[in-house]
Write a protein that binds this ligand. Structure first.
Ligand code: ARG
Length: 592
């Protein structure tokens, strides 16, 4: 089964080949002038340039050959050599029937499935999340669902930042503030065995970490003695000194529980929750191997890998593998993680969905991995993105100037969603638990769609009023449309009205089917460019096409055959819309 656009591309390609022209130039797209045609091909222009002929002549010859295609009601040459095609009602009806019967709603799986690992969110112990983490979570979750829906075997990994300098800072700060904890840690360090009684650690809460980390980070910047001590503690932790390690486990666990809860509320769930610390045991053998391969260079007590290449536009710094204190760095754990993933899952492709500001970091790590033979050139891919900004045009901060807490952001959006639901009169009528569940879905739709409707490279402004509006290009608008169809289908079921074969007649029905047909190409585009916005755009167009269809084509009051056909169209539009939203990580409530 193939979508109309691709089917027609093949037909135009065959006509090109017949005429001795390069078939790959024949590409068919949706028409720029939907009032005149459904599809168009501009290939004659490109072909004319290539072979030095008149484009209109080529277009006319191609059109002549297409005339016999039973799917086409009209083929015309326009302007300098555009080929305009209008498909028959019969071809549209057949395509709609196909999509309606297809569990994949017209979407084709990839020809050769691959093993893909998606590294996204990247939250850290203690360090609060910033907008980069939020965007990574939203985009990464969608990429995971998109790749999986197209048939790849996909694992999503949170790549928990739990092994860096921030851990040394935090251990120092907590032991300074709580002598009782400090004593347990020191005793265990001295004894070289884990503390028998860690009940003192239980007093350390997430709120303590939230409070202490920013203070310690600021002090580490201002005070070199303090920083050196934190670095030493970090190195000792990485050497698994018993007291530090036990306290660190507490930090890690407390943070992770809270993070998982917040991510889950955002509809972001990971297959793997591996930490940087999980590769600790791989680091020494890796360093030895890198050394044996002659890749490591001594640099003022540190060990580095040079990755600059001939022809680089600017000089890339080397990868810092071991610091002068003997610590593993951010890039070291990333390199070891590549090795770890190769051994455990052997991914054919690894996508790092991380803030654009880390582009250099990934370029450096990837080059080192290729040099070391841990991955093949091109297997590792950094998928970056712009920032979510505040009204001041700078990366979004809270009113107090702090970084965002995911939980607070979700609650704030939920609160707005509750208000909106009350505005449309939904609230009093529903049991509180259902109302809350709906508000949660509206909030997730608002945040995710506001992000995913933009190409990821684009920055956008955080505007909760706009994101949560039930009108315009928003997540809640899409939910609202989907819910309208659901209630229509419920009414049909109550009245005992059944769906039946599709017969497309009216322009609004044609448009709806043409939009349904475009689902596959939206998915392909999103997949090829790691750009879920193509799917977001499709979902929006589909709900608009449905809305026009619903306004122009009465359903339940139509005569039986027409009614049955339109019910199939409505049910198919709903199913495809829900599938598209699911790829974006957005769930639809039953009512709202
Ligand atoms: N924890 C990192 C940060 O907060 C992001 C991790 C991204 N993934 C990775 N493999 N480096 O900046």
């Amino acid at each position: 089964m193939s979508d109309l656009k691709r089917g027609l591309s093949e037909a135009v390609g065959a006509a090109f080949a017949d005429l001795g022209l390069p078939a790959e130039l024949a590409r068919v797209t949706a028409s720029d002038r939907p009032d005149l045609a459904d599809f168009q091909s501009n290939g004659a222009l490109a072909a004319a340039k290539r072979v030095g002929k008149n484009p209109r002549e080529i277009a006319t010859a191609v059109a002549g050959r297409l005339g016999a295609d039973s799917r086409l009601a009209a083929v015309e040459v326009a302007g300098p050599g555009f080929i305009n095609m209008k498909v028959t009602d019969g071809a549209l009806s057949a395509r709609a029937t196909e999509i309606a019967a297809d569990p994949r709603l017209g979407a084709e799986p990839v020809a050769v499935p691959r093993r893909v690992l998606i590294d996204y969110a990247g939250p850290n112990v203690a360090k609060p999340m910033h907008v980069g983490h939020l965007r990574s979570s939203i985009i990464g979750e969608s990429l995971k669902r998109l790749y999986r829906f197209r048939g790849d075997t996909v694992l999503g990994d949170a790549h928990f930042g739990d092994w860096g300098y921030q851990m040394g800072l935090l251990i120092g700060a907590v032991t300074d503030e709580r002598p009782a904890i400090g004593a347990v840690v020191e005793a265990a360090n001295a004894a070289g065995v884990p503390p028998a009684d860690i009940s003192a650690f239980e007093a350390v809460s997430l709120a303590d970490l939230d409070r202490l980390y920013p203070e310690a980070a600021a002090r580490g910047k201002a005070d070199t003695d303090y920083r050196d001590r934190a670095r030493k503690i970090t190195a000792a932790l990485q050497a698994k000194q018993a007291g530090y390690y036990a306290l660190w486990e507490r930090f890690r666990d407390v943070t992770r529980v809270a993070l998982e809860r917040d991510f889950h509320a955002l509809g972001v769930d990971f297959d793997l929750w591996k930490g940087e610390s999980d590769v600790e045991d791989l680091i020494d053998p890796m360093v030895a191997e890198l050394d044996a391969k002659g890749l490591l260079i001594d640099d003022q007590g540190a060990r580095i890998i040079r990755v600059a290449r001939e022809g680089d536009k600017r000089e890339l710094p080397p990868l810092l593998v071991v610091s002068s204190e003997g610590s593993a760095m951010y890039g070291t754990t990333d390199l070891a993680t590549i090795l770890d993933r190769k051994q455990s899952f052997d991914p054919e492709r690894v996508i790092y969905c991380v803030d654009q500001r880390q582009a250099d970091h990934f370029e450096i790590v990837f080059r080192a991995a290729y040099l070391a033979g841990y991955a093949q050139e091109g297997q590792l891919e950094h998928v970056g993105f712009g920032t979510m900004n505040g009204a001041d045009g700078k990366p979004f901060k809270t009113r107090e100037g702090g970084v965002l807490k995911l939980g607070d952001m979700i609650e704030m959006t939920r609160e707005k969603a509750r208000e909106r639901l009350h505005e449309v009169g939904l609230g009093e009528s529903l049991p509180p638990a259902e109302f809350e569940a709906i508000a949660g879905k509206v909030a997730v739709a608002a945040l995710k769609f506001a992000d995913l409707q933009n190409f990821r490279g684009t920055s956008y402004v955080f505007d909760l009023d706009r994101f949560t509006s039930f009108e315009g290009k928003t997540g809640p608008y899409l939910l609202y449309q989907a819910v309208r169809v659901k209630s229509l289908l419920r009414r049909a079921a109550d009245e005992g009205v059944a769906a039946g074969p599709v017969a497309v007649i009216k322009p609004a029905e044609r448009d709806l089917v043409l939009t349904l047909d475009a689902f596959n190409s939206a998915l392909v585009e999103a997949y090829d460019r790691c750009a879920p916005n193509a799917v977001a755009e499709h979902a929006y167009r589909l709900s608009q096409a449905f809305s026009k269809f619903y306004a122009a084509c009465p359903i339940l009051s139509a005569e039986p055959a027409v009614r049955a056909s339109r019910l199939t169209l409505a049910a198919t539009a709903l199913a495809q819309l829900e599938q598209a939203l699911d790829v974006l990580g957005i769930g639809v409530p039953e009512r709202m």
